[in-house]
Design a protein around this ligand. Structure first.
Ligand code: AMP
Length: 355
């Protein structure tokens, strides 16, 4: 498949803020964007030339929509694998493919895959019934985090446990879903690496952000991260191995816990542009959204030179109601156009240059 020409249409599965920002980058490169998402009036649809409103499981609707697109990507990792497979089997170009969805949607599969790529993770054990917890929690030093294998995000679907807690109550609170128990990691900091890989396998990483979470939700990313060059290089090598193993085309984010001695333990990866990379459009020669669209279009990647130190602050819930003139005075403001500012909801972000 040759590279897309300006004027081509890129289809995006998903209609959230990531789709909206991908749409903005696509427009800058001369592409049209068509959104596929079940919700009317979603943030991405309002910057797109077309919006197909249908369920991800409606294969006829998917194929009808895909016929109007020159290439297809996705902006969230819970797109049903069957939807991506149906599109690929019908001959559509889907980047980055079905495999990254299959792996990242299930924490057990994901952690096993990371390890198979030679990337260390926290210790973990499969949990199907509450009785499965007692033994590994002891082996993990008496503490652990119970996480649902599927559908958890921003700290949802998780419970912190100590040896002797009521395991059945904890598992019941997670609706007895298939879970994993992870060892508690005494991390010194959290970082992520954002990598872009093109169709020829050329890969390039952005500088590493340090990420601060509050209640499981990303609050702030800061660059530089304070990691030594040696540790940052190891993070980049891990991301390259993972992207190669997935035959990945596009942008991917791999999140790490960093221990005091520089050990990196991968937590999870997102097969998409990532919140911890929202500073890249303002601070780098090519931002993550443009980079992803370049890869999807079969174009060469852009340079990721970073021009200055930077921080990105997420605006959650009502924080985004601060008058824009106040926020804009102290950084570059992006708002996602969401109609309701529910508590904890990602509404926008602010990128500030650091002295
Ligand atoms: P996750 O949904 O796996 O990304 O977890 C959300 C946040 O919870 C992470 O960014 C960490 O701050 C914290 N967390 C998750 N897993 C662990 C762990 N095994 N040990 C310590 N903290 C964790």
């Amino acid at each position: 498949m040759s590279a897309l020409k300006a004027g081509a249409t890129i289809g995006i599965l998903g209609g959230g803020q990531l789709g909206r920002m991908l749409g903005g980058a696509a427009a800058t490169l001369g592409f049209d964007v068509s959104i596929y998402c079940p919700e009317k009036d979603c943030p991405a649809s309002r910057v797109a030339s077309q919006h197909c409103i249908a369920e991800y499981t409606d294969i006829d609707a998917l194929l009808g929509w895909a016929a109007t697109c020159d290439a297809i990507t996705y902006e969230f990792e819970n797109v049903p694998v069957e939807a991506a497979r149906a599109l690929i089997e019908a001959g559509h170009l889907v980047r980055p493919g079905a495999k990254p969805l299959e792996v990242s949607q299930d924490r057990l599969v994901e952690k096993s895959f990371l390890r198979a790529c030679g990337i260390a993770t926290a210790d973990f054990a499969e949990v199907n019934v509450a009785m499965d917890i007692a033994e590994p929690i002891k082996a993990f030093g008496g503490q652990g985090i119970l996480k649902t294998r599927r559908d958890g995000y921003d700290g949802k679907g998780q419970a912190r446990l100590e040896a002797g807690d009521d395991y059945e109550a904890a598992h019941k609170a997670l609706k007895h879903a298939p879970c994993i128990l992870e060892a508690m990691v005494p991390f010194e900091r959290e970082v992520s690496i954002i990598i872009a890989r093109d169709r020829n396998g050329e890969a390039i990483c952005f500088d590493v952000p340090r990420n601060e979470h509050v209640n499981g939700i990303l609050k702030r990313s800061v660059v530089p991260s304070g990691l030594s060059d040696e540790v940052a290089l190891r993070a980049a090598e891990s991301a390259k191995s993972l992207a190669a193993a997935l035959d990945y085309v596009g942008v991917l984010a791999l999140e790490f816990f960093v221990l005091e001695d520089g050990t990196l333990l991968a937590n999870e990866f997102a097969p998409r542009v990532h919140n911890s990379g929202h500073w890249t459009p303002e601070a780098c020669a090519t931002g993550q959204f443009e980079q992803h669209m370049r890869a999807v279009a079969g174009w060469p990647l852009g340079p990721v030179t970073r021009f200055h130190d930077v921080e990105m602050l997420n605006l959650l819930g009502e924080e985004a109601l601060v008058p824009p003139e106040v926020l804009a005075a102290d950084g570059v403001l992006t708002l996602y156009g969401k109609r309701d500012a529910k508590p904890g909801r990602k509404m926008g972000h602010l990128v500030r240059r650091r002295p």
